[in-house]
Design a protein around this ligand. Structure first.
Ligand SMILES: Cc1ncc(COP(=O)(O)O)c(C=O)c1O
Length: 327
């Protein structure tokens, strides 16, 4: 090659998936591997209930479920999502503020690659690797992070966050993950309010990855960032990979808050949208299924039972790990 063609230099790799290649090699040598399948509830043994499969069977009889969808996503589903958010009586959005992607992995990649190369996001440390890798790839520079403090129940170090955004003028936005992956921290509303205050006072936007927002247990409580965002520009990322669970559907969405209040933020959202247009659209079938599944009479109970199940598993894991040194 005439010169280096691959982008990056970040030296970052996706270890959670990389380890699979190593495990497969070890399996070839005859070693017994226990496949944990981190992050995939279905591979991990969750069963999809009959009523949900019936909803999908019904939808695949409709030819339109095989078609492209509009770039931003199916109108009826975006309307459904906007109504659900608006019904909380806090931030108000229209269907135009809802944009579908091929899973949140796609939404994350589009978001960071739409940011100018020298504008940076600040993110929690440790963090969900897809965010970290996408941000570092866009900048080809090490990440800006604030600490999730293990000595304070993994609460984000908001003082560090505030100091860094004040002193580092390249930072344009704050990422939070609520509930957090990998620490499991569930943001109390006061912590969310602090993050929004810091964003407001420093003229930043907020991205809140809310993949797990409806899977909260052990007596913890939180709210979506839309409840406290006020007039600060923000994006909530939500999806169905864990909640239904249907990770193979590759379906997640952004809810955009207050794009009309800041022309710079609005241009950023348009850049994301232009990228999406060049890809045509996102998966149609799961988008058609979302309103029907989420309003199904069985859905609430089903979600509650699964959440209770995760609570039990968390107690078992805690019981096993709590006395292990250095864990
Ligand atoms: C915090 C967080 N965000 C996003 C994702 C990606 O989800 P998707 O399957 O929608 O790409 C995951 C998956 O594990 C996650 O844990």
């Amino acid at each position: 090659m005439r010169f280096e063609i691959s982008r990056g230099g970040s030296g970052m790799t996706y270890e959670i998936r990389n380890i699979v290649l190593i495990a497969k090699k070890m399996q070839e040598y005859g070693l017994k591997i226990i496949w944990e399948n981190i992050g995939d509830p279905v591979q991990k043994g969750e069963n999809i209930p009959g009523w949900m499969k019936d909803v999908l069977i019904d939808i695949i009889r409709d030819d339109s479920s095989y078609a492209y969808s509009p770039t931003k996503g199916m109108d009826a589903t975006r309307q459904f999502i906007a109504e659900r958010t608006n019904a909380r009586g806090k931030v108000q959005i229209t269907p135009e503020d809802v944009i579908f992607f091929n899973g949140l992995g796609d939404a994350i990649a589009r978001a960071y690659s739409s940011i100018q190369v020298d504008a940076r996001m600040i993110m929690p440390e440790p963090t969900y690797s897809t965010h970290l890798m996408a941000e570092v790839l866009h900048a080809s520079f090490p990440p800006n992070t604030y600490r999730m403090n293990p000595y304070n129940n993994w609460h984000p170090d908001l003082r560090e966050l505030e100091q860094k955004v004040r002193s580092h003028r390249a930072i344009v936005g704050i990422l939070i993950i609520n509930p957090d992956n990998p620490t499991g921290f569930v943001y109390p509303v006061e912590a969310l309010e602090q993050v929004v205050r810091i964003a407001r006072e420093n003229d930043l936007f907020v991205i809140a990855d809310e993949t797990y927002i409806n899977i909260v247990y052990n007596g913890k409580k939180t709210v979506p960032v839309g409840d406290v965002i006020g007039d600060v520009p923000g994006i909530s990322m939500k999806g169905i990979s864990k909640e239904l669970p249907w990770p193979g559907a590759r379906c997640g969405w952004m809810e955009v808050y207050n794009a009309d209040k800041d022309p710079i933020f609005s241009r950023f959202i348009n850049t994301i949208l232009h990228q999406k247009m060049s890809e045509v659209c996102s998966t149609t079938l799961p988008q058609m299924a979302i309103p029907r599944i989420m309003t199904h009479p069985e859905y609430k109970n089903y979600l509650r039972e699964r959440t209770e199940h995760y609570e039990k598993l968390s107690a078992i894991a805690y019981g096993v790990l709590k006395d292990v040194p250095f864990v």
